[in-house]
Structures are given as structure tokens and as C-alpha cells.
Design a protein around this ligand. Structure first.
Ligand code: ADP
Ligand code: ZN
Length: 775
């Protein structure tokens, strides 16, 4: 009987397509194949093979591609991702699969040269210098050779033309050399050593069983014994089966648990407590066992500083994976990972879909970061998917944070995750003293934004030769521009956003779609000349104020739109770390993960910014951000302090920050979430309906809501116009679905969408399970 293969195609298609398997070709699940699709050929993955008499009527598979098949765990991850996010299965597949055109881009060939043995026709002194270096016959890059000989590149080129040097293509630089787990073990503090011991015991229950005395109760880190597990590590994924009762308490004693499941571990430690060194030991342990480790970071945290730190510990830099990596290099990383040759990858969220051969550990650094949520295409949360991948691979997952998400904290409290705590800063360093500046009393001068007491503190700091950071989470010069004569406000033509003035670029820019226009000399509405006024501050405006106050100090403004791109930005962050500037003015970009040893003062210019949004996580997010940014102070030799400008010093978030009573904040916030049935105690999903026409979008949203038919435990709110009602010319309405935890949200959504109105014209419905953004 002929064979039929079910082929999943990495396009936005929900199901696999059937193709005939031609005689002579044997296909297995996971094989990557070429297939005809409509008039063209494309790539797909075999998702199933069966015998069927109908095989003869189908178009045949063209052939198998010479690439490694998609492994079982990755296929499981694709299935999981699609089922959980409701994304088309083909879109989920696309995240793991190399797309054919990606490889087309060739890597630049490096040319190496060496002495050919032939004497130069014209032996100038410069030429002889080059030949003296090249004499050893080693292959060197052209510029390396020129540099070593102390001559210009043209001398080397001349010798190549002359035949005295021969040129050959160099093998491409390896994407990563093998890290040495014992390269340079740093002496750990007692708390760190305790945490490492616990961490490794949790990761390897068998090892713990061998030396239980070492593993039990010596948790210098204050880990809490968990209750019996309530289900799978991922709260929202409970209904996906596999919800075996896991008893974390058992793992650590290793008492007769035949098939222990690899745990998820929350590594919680205040800023500067040395979490990195702790999880580096877990990485080292994993590498020693011949397994691979993945360290996920929010993209912007992937700094040279971190990679250097890794190199100090392991002797080489790790392979890195983020949006700035070229296609050819990606290909080589993918191959190296699949072959098991690359032992450690440090990457942004998409690294989660790399085809690791022997994954032994996933670390999610700064696990609370909202940047882990992908907000377009497949709406997935990389932290949650890391937990899923860990479960599929049965490898431990470490979630590191100074300010864990409420979800993770609750998971740890309920025993689904283990928890390790580093309560103090490394090396006896103190956490910064934090004080509020009550802006109702301590008012900045008219037209300025920095309170006198903060100015005084900056003055003291720079006078002592230390660094100060002024934090404001707003890019550009001013968030709003209006005409003083007619009141006209400058708005994006594609989005419902105000245009943000960027004085440096002399432009008004939309931060949503990138639309930019020249800042007009006269009002485009009433024509009044030179009467436009900026409203409110952005970092550029603060820089203006600071420059006027401290004209002879070195000042730098750092935000994600820093001119010169990511490379330049990384270099600037490094120079801040090296102490090459006095005052840093920055957005959240500088708030996170960086280590600036000379920084002793942090000034938060507007602590209240995030508190008024309608986001159910507003308090949590503000707390995390303020805790992170104030935590930049005093990480070096000298103690640090933070001053926080606020109009509501009594707000619970600000009060918790000032008092340092973190536990109280978590307790209250968790109680509030539970009372409101918000995640993780209830579940949320958002449906975002958009169209080029406002009425069409609204009508579709209403029709969709009418079909909702919510059962018990499900609430459907909306449609309501989205806070960002217009983006890139598309009008947006949101429906919010709120359910009890026991509800099978995915099945409900799937059925609802299926019976809902047909999507017509340019209407789009995006589904966002566990939304992080409510805009
Ligand atoms: P966290 O990630 O918890 O904020 P880090 O891991 O960045 O903290 O450590 C904070 C600082 O302490 C860094 O400068 C780091 O180099 C230093 N540090 C941490 N542990 C050690 C150690 N065992 N020996 C020397 N320095 C350490
Ligand atoms: Zn816009």
C-alpha cells in the first residue's frame, strides 16, 4: 500500500497536509522535506506517516533535504506552543525551522595569507618587515599580518600581487569554542556556596541521594520546603496532561523517588547578590556532565560585559543568539547546537527553539522581564515556554530574578517550583538607601524637572568623583508638542499616539510605528510662527537641564534609539561601566542587569509614571522597575543611595520601595490578585480585532462578543476601543476574557472562534493568551 506523509509547513497554516511518498523514498517523522505547494516548492517537516490507498491521488513529496530531522522534543514543543497560544501550528514550526531564504545570505569570506617562499621582486624595508613576520609559514588574516608587521594593508596587498605571499580563504571563525567548566572558579561567599550546593542537589537528585547530609537543611539560602506539587510547573498549562503529583520535598532527600522530574527552581536574590556566579556553577556542572546549557536573557542585557564575565569564568565567550546575528552564523550555531558541539548558548527568547541535542539546563535570567513575551506573530512567553521545554527534555530550569514575577512567586510558594534565596548583596555591600522626594513640597524650578534636593545630591556625587544616574522612562525630548496659539497637538497620522519630539533629530516621531516628520517652524494648523511648545520631559530634555546645571561634567543619554545602533550602545554601556562619564541619563535600558561599579546615586525622576495605567500588573511592574533601577547604585566599593521623585509617597508601591519591605509588597500584591481572580489565580486572554476601517473593526468585535456564550467561570468583557486605538492605520478593539483557573481556556477560545463570525476583508483577530500588554 502506498505511504502518505502528513507534512507540516512553516506558514500560518493550522494543520499538516497530506502528500504521497514516492517509491524508493522512506520517510520518518521529523524529516525535513521539499514539497510542491501550489505553483512552487517549499520546505516542510514530516509530522506523521501512514499507509493509505488514497496515496496515489496525492502530489508526491519531492525529496528529503540533507539537514538533521526535527527532534522529538522540538516537535512536542511545536505542538505545545500551538495548542497553548492558539497560533497556527505552521507558525509555531517556523520558529524552530530554518527558512530556506535565510541561508541564501553568504558569510563574508576571510582571506588568510602566508609566505609563498618566492622572494619579492622589490624588497623594500616595509615588505621585508612583513616577510619577517610571515616567515613562520602560519596563516594570518591580512590586516592581522599588516598590524603585526607595523605596516599598512597596501604593503601586504602588494606582496600578494607580487607572489611573495599567497592568499587562501580562511576557515570561518568558530561560532564558539568549548567552555572549560574549571577554567577559573571564583571563590564564592558562604551564601553563594550554600545556594550552589542546593541548586546542584536539586538539579541532580541522584547526586543528592548519594550525599544527603550535604543536601538537606544546609540551605544557607533559606529555601522553603515546598508543599506537594499541585500539577505541572506551568500554572496555565495544567490541563495539558502530564500533571503528575510532583513532590519537590522528596527530590532533595532523594528518598526512593524512582523517576524524579527535573525541577524548576526560582533563584531569588537582591540586586548585586551574585546570582550570576551561582547559576554559572550550575552551568559548569551541566557542561561537566557533557550536557548543553541555555542561558536566556532579555535581548538588551546581552552585553559585552556579560559575555566577558562568562569568558572569565569559562575561558571563552559563549555562542550568542539574538536578532543581530547574521543568517549564515545562525545556521552554523543551529548546526553546532544540533550536533552537540556547542555547549552553552546565551540568547534572547528565540534561542529557546534551537535544536539542542543534549539540553541539560535552561537558565532564564531576569525572569520577570516583560520583554520575554513576544507581542506579535506567535504570542508566547519565553519564560513559560522555557519551563515547558525543560519539562519536555526533563532538564532543570532556573529562573533568576531580584524581583520575581507574581506568577513565579506563587508557583514557588505552592511548591510547583523550588526556591533558593540570596538575601544579601555580595561582599557585604549594602543595598542602597532609598528616600522619596515629595514633589508637592520639594518643587523643581519653573520649567525644569529635577528637584533642588536631587540636584544637590548629584552635585555631591560628582564632586566626590562618583557617577550619578538619572532615570526617566521616556525617550526623546518631549512626549507631546502643542501650538500655544491654537492648542493643536501633534499626533501620528497612522496611530492614536502623540508625536514625540526628538530634538537631536529635529523631528517629531511616532514611537508606535516610527512615522517621523520635521518639526515645523510654524503651526501646521493655524500657521502661527515659532509658537510650538514641548509638554513634559523625555531624557533629551533632562539632558538639556543637566548640561545647564553641570556644564563641565561628562554627560551621556542612553536609550534604545541611541544613534549608531546596538553595537554602539553596547560600547557606551561599557564606557559607563568603566567610569568614563559622570552623569548618565537613561530610560529603562540602563535600569536592568548592568553593573556600573562607579555608580553611587540613582535619581528616579518620575516614579509615578507606570502607576496609573489600566494594566493589572501596573503595581508589580513599577515595583520591579524601581527596584531594578535603584539597585544599580552602590554595586562597587562605595555604598549607594537612591532618591525617588514622586507625587504620591504613600502609594503602596512607593512605600514598599522606600521601606525595603519586599515581602510585604509580594504578600499584599498576591492577596490582591487572588481577591480579584487575576493571574495566576485566574486566567486571561485578549482578542484584538483590527481593521483598516473603524466601524468594520468594531462590528466584527461585537459579532465576536455575541458569539462568546461564556459558560460558568468565564467572563467576556468588551469589545472596547483599545487604549492604542489606532496603530499603523489599523483601528483596534479589544475583548478581554477572564476565567477561573479550572477553565480550559484554550478549548473554550478555539470553539468560540470557530463558531464566531467569519473573518472577512482586512479584518484580523489576534489571540493573546496570558496577555502582558493591555494597550
Ligand atoms: P546579581 O546578578 O545578583 O545582581 P551579580 O552576579 O551581578 O549579582 O554580582 C554582583 C557583583 O558582585 C558583580 O560585580 C560580581 O562580579 C560580584 N561578585 C559576585 N559574586 C562574586 C564572587 N564570588 N567573587 C567575586 N565577585 C563576585
Ligand atoms: Zn504612528
Amino acid at each position: 500500500m502506498p505511504s502518505v506523509a502528513e507534512i507540516l509547513i512553516p506558514l500560518a497554516l493550522d494543520s499538516a497536509y497530506s502528500y504521497a511518498v514516492p517509491a524508493g523514498l522512506t520517510l520518518a517523522v521529523g524529516d525535513v522535506v521539499q514539497i510542491p505547494l501550489g505553483p512552487r516548492e517549499t520546505v516542510g517537516v514530516v509530522w506523521g506517516v501512514r499507509e493509505s490507498p488514497s496515496g496515489t491521488n496525492l502530489r508526491p513529496v519531492t525529496g528529503r533535504l540533507g539537514v538533521p530531522p526535527l527532534s522529538g522534543p522540538l516537535r512536542e514543543l511545536v505542538d505545545w506552543l500551538a495548542r497553548y497560544t492558539l497560533a497556527p501550528k505552521g507558525s509555531a514550526l517556523a520558529m524552530t525551522l530554518r527558512l530556506p531564504d535565510e541561508a541564501a545570505q553568504a558569510e563574508t569570506v576571510r582571506i588568510g595569507v602566508r609566505a609563498s617562499g618566492k622572494a619579492p621582486t622589490r624588497p623594500t624595508p616595509a615588505r621585508l618587515k612583513v616577510l619577517a613576520v610571515a616567515e613562520d609559514g602560519a596563516l594570518r588574516g591580512k590586516s592581522a599580518l599588516a598590524k603585526e608587521a607595523g605596516v599598512s594593508l597596501s604593503v601586504v596587498d602588494g606582496l600578494i600581487d607580487d607572489g611573495a605571499l599567497e592568499a587562501t580563504a580562511l576557515a570561518p571563525e568558530p561560532v564558539a569554542l568549548p567552555p572549560d567548566p574549571d577554567h577559573a572558579r571564583v571563590p564564592l561567599s558562604e551564601a553563594q556556596a550554600g545556594a550552589v550546593r542546593d541548586l546542584i542537589a536539586m538539579m541532580n537528585p541522584a547526586a543528592a541521594a548519594a550525599c544527603p547530609a550535604d543536601a538537606v537543611d544546609e540551605s544557607g539560602g533559606g529555601q522553603r520546603p515546598g508543599k506537594a506539587g499541585l500539577g505541572s510547573p506551568l500554572l496555565e498549562g495544567d490541563q495539558q496532561g502530564e500533571a503528575g503529583a510532583e513532590t519537590p520535598g522528596k527530590l532533595i532527600t532523594g528518598a526512593g523517588d524512582a523517576s524524579p522530574r527535573a525541577p524548576t527552581i526560582l533563584l531569588e536574590g537582591v540586586t548585586g547578590s551574585g546570582k550570576t556566579e551561582v547559576y554559572f556553577e550550575a552551568v559548569a556542572d551541566c557542561v561537566r556532565r557533557g550536557c548543553q546549557a541555555l542561558i536566556l536573557m532579555p535581548e538588551i542585557a546581552l552585553t559585552a560585559q556579560f559575555l566577558d564575565r562568562f569568558a572569565e569564568r569559562f575561558g571563552v565567550r559563549p555562542a550568542t543568539w539574538h536578532s543581530g546575528i547574521g543568517a549564515k552564523r545562525r545556521e552554523r550555531i543551529r548546526a553546532g547546537v544540533a550536533a552537540g558541539e556547542i555547549a552553552v548558548v546565551v540568547g534572547a527568547r528565540s534561542a529557546l527553539f534551537l535544536p539542542f541535542a543534549r539540553l541539560g539546563l535552561i537558565v532564564v535570567d531576569e525572569e520577570h522581564e516583560a520583554a520575554y513575551k513576544q507581542e506579535d506573530g506567535v504570542h508566547y512567553h519565553a519564560r513559560d515556554m522555557a519551563v515547558v521545554r525543560g519539562r519536555i527534555e526533563n532538564c532543570p530550569v532556573v529562573l533568576a530574578s531580584a524581583t520575581p514575577s507574581i506568577e513565579t512567586r506563587v508557583n514557588a510558594e505552592r511548591g510547583r517550583y523550588r526556591r533558593l534565596v540570596l538575601p544579601e548583596r555580595f561582599g557585604g555591600r549594602r543595598l542602597p538607601d532609598i528616600a522619596a522626594i515629595d514633589m508637592r513640597v520639594d518643587k523643581p524650578e519653573r520649567g525644569s524637572f529635577i528637584a533642588p534636593s536631587l540636584i544637590a545630591a548629584v552635585r555631591e556625587t560628582v564632586a566626590a568623583g562618583d557617577q550619578a544616574l538619572l532615570f526617566l522612562n521616556r525617550r526623546g525630548y518631549a512626549p507631546l508638542t502643542l501650538c500655544r496659539a491654537c492648542g493643536h497637538r501633534y499626533q501620528c497620522r497612522n496611530c492614536s499616539t502623540w508625536l514625540v519630539e526628538h530634538r537631536f533629530r529635529r523631528a517629531l516621531v511616532c514611537h508606535q510605528c516610527g512615522y517621523a516628520e520635521r518639526r515645523p517652524e510654524s503651526c501646521s494648523e493655524c500657521g502661527t510662527f515659532d509658537n510650538l511648545t514641548p509638554c513634559g520631559p523625555g531624557v533629551e530634555r533632562i539632558a538639556e537641564e543637566v548640561t545647564a546645571l553641570f556644564p563641565d561634567k561628562r554627560i551621556i543619554v542612553l536609550s534604545s534609539d541611541f544613534p549608531g545602533g546596538a553595537e554602539r550602545l553596547r560600547a557606551e554601556l561599557q564606557s559607563v561601566a568603566d567610569g568614563d562619564c559622570d552623569i548618565v541619563i537613561g530610560t529603562q535600558l540602563v535600569a536592568k542587569g548592568h553593573n556600573f561599579p562607579h555608580l553611587t546615586l540613582v535619581g528616579v525622576l518620575d516614579a509615578d509614571i507606570g502607576l496609573t495605567s489600566g494594566d493589572p500588573r501596573a503595581a508589580e511592574r513599577t515595583f520591579q522597575l524601581l527596584q531594578q533601577v535603584t539597585g544599580r547604585a552602590g554595586r562597587g566599593e562605595k555604598p549607594g543611595r537612591a532618591l525617588v521623585q514622586t507625587f504620591q509617597p504613600d502609594h503602596p508601591v512607593i512605600a514598599a520601595l522606600l521601606s525595603g519591605d519586599v515581602e510585604r509588597f509580594y504578600d499584599e500584591e498576591i492577596a490582591a490578585r487572588e481577591a480579584a481572580g487575576l493571574p495566576p489565580f485566574g486566567r486571561l486572554a485578549a482578542l484584538i480585532v483590527s481593521a483598516n476601517d473603524r466601524d468594520v473593526a468594531e462590528a466584527h468585535g461585537q459579532a465576536l462578543a455575541r458569539a462568546a456564550d461564556p459558560p460558568d467561570g468565564v467572563m467576556v468583557l468588551g469589545p472596547a476601543e483599545a487604549p492604542l486605538a489606532l496603530i499603523r492605520g489599523r483601528y483596534r478593539f479589544r475583548i478581554l476574557v477572564k476565567t477561573e483557573r479550572s477553565v480550559d481556556l484554550q478549548t473554550y477560545l478555539r470553539d468560540w472562534i470557530a463558531r464566531g463570525p467569519k473573518v472577512r476583508g482586512n479584518v484580523k483577530v489576534a489571540i493573546d493568551v496570558d496577555p502582558q500588554s493591555f494597550l
